[in-house]
Design a protein around this ligand. Sequence first.
Ligand code: A2P
Length: 294
Amino acid sequence: FLGTTYEAVKVAIEAGYRHIDGAMIYFNEHEVGQAIREKIADGTVKREDIFYCGKLWNTFHPPELVRPALEKTLNTMQLDYVDLYIVEMPTAFKPGDTFHPRDENGKYIYHETDLCATWEALEACKDAGMVKSLGVSNFNKRQLELILKKPGLKHKPVSNQVECHPYFTQPKLLEYCRQNEIVIVGYSPLGTSRDPMWVNLKCPPVLEDELLASIGKKYNKTAAQVALRFNVQRRVVVIPKSFNPDRIKDNFQIFDFSLSQAEMKAIEGLNKNIRFVELLMWSDHPEYPFHDDY
Ligand code: A2P
């Protein structure tokens, strides 16, 4: 079955995108892989032009499950390697193929989390050539430090993928990551799809912001393009999501203008310190990352 993801990835590569953010838990890696392979076969790109990020899900944290999980991604995508493989969340769940393990009361079944042990298994995958770089996601400062200070650390995390947009600008984590040469990859850079199933709607829509719209008007750009440009200009990687061909193309048209320092400052001032993605259903996990200030 090839659906909307397959089409969207092909449109994106044609529009100039090279970084594709995926995960086993999105259940569409076969579509992403097929789209990438077709765009290579038709000469649009070479494999080395593409940067695919895959993610280790919570149920595969035990070291002996790490390599099989990555192998499964490579098999599904029919790729020889991924460019980046990241720990999707610092919260381990009961190991196995049930991605959302729950007890008879519907409560999530967690698992003892040893981030350093998981990390060592990832390092072995890199040494085996299955992945070029390793990273993390949804890690707070303490959890990053755990890895960075691990005795015998062989490969540093190169990136931390976290929520980042004009209403949640991550000033403290960004500064910490800069000091440690960790790239912040900003998810939900447009403020999410506002799906009430998983999004905190107490935070107003980013794309309806008047400042973003008025700055956009000056450059003949949309609020979305200004929001993306803002992060790119402060060296935060953005991974906007769209299934709509016109919006996929629009979201790439952010390299032909630049925001002034005053505009950057003004947009930074929009920060509300409210997360759209709180993941509160896991807030009782011992490694739930968002209790800490950053
Ligand atoms: P669609 O797929 O219909 O384009 P985020 O990247 O922050 O997760 O936001 C994704 C949401 O924003 C999706 O609902 C997507 O819907 C929508 N979206 C993506 N690009 C734009 C844009 N340029 N203008 C308005 N909405 C957009």
